[in-house]
Design a protein. Structure first.
Length: 118
């Protein structure tokens, strides 16, 4: 199983940007589909974005609306989430996760807090 560690969260003003990183160890990320999820206070965890093994296909939740970009560097065993035009409603703990093609997300990081001040 792959171990995942997120970083890059913090406090930012509305309209600002953050880049989250998800570093993997234990196994190469090359074989995994990678996803970002988030959980806001009092809400269920929700899907944010995903990227296939090569980086050639990406998927986003509707609420992203072109503000976020997911990309990966397999040589560095790292996946990123670039978040621009942040809104207070983007405040949440962000998690990265990995799954084999056709499987479910079975490896999760510990999460990184993103707080967007209005």
């Amino acid at each position: 199983q792959v171990q995942l560690v997120e970083s890059g969260g913090g406090l930012v003003q509305a309209g600002g940007s953050l880049r989250l990183s998800c570093a993997a160890s234990g196994r190469t990320l090359r074989r995994y589909v990678m996803g970002w999820f988030r959980r806001a206070p009092g809400k269920e965890r929700e899907f944010v974005a995903a990227i296939n093994w090569s980086g050639g296909s990406t998927y986003y939740a509707d609420f992203v609306q072109g503000r976020f970009a997911i990309y990966r560097d397999n040589a560095k065993n790292t996946v990123y989430l670039q978040m621009n035009s942040l809104k207070p409603e983007d405040t949440a703990v962000y998690y990265c996760a990995a799954r084999a093609a056709g499987g479910s997300y079975g490896s999760w990081g510990q999460g990184t807090q993103v707080t967007v001040a209005s």
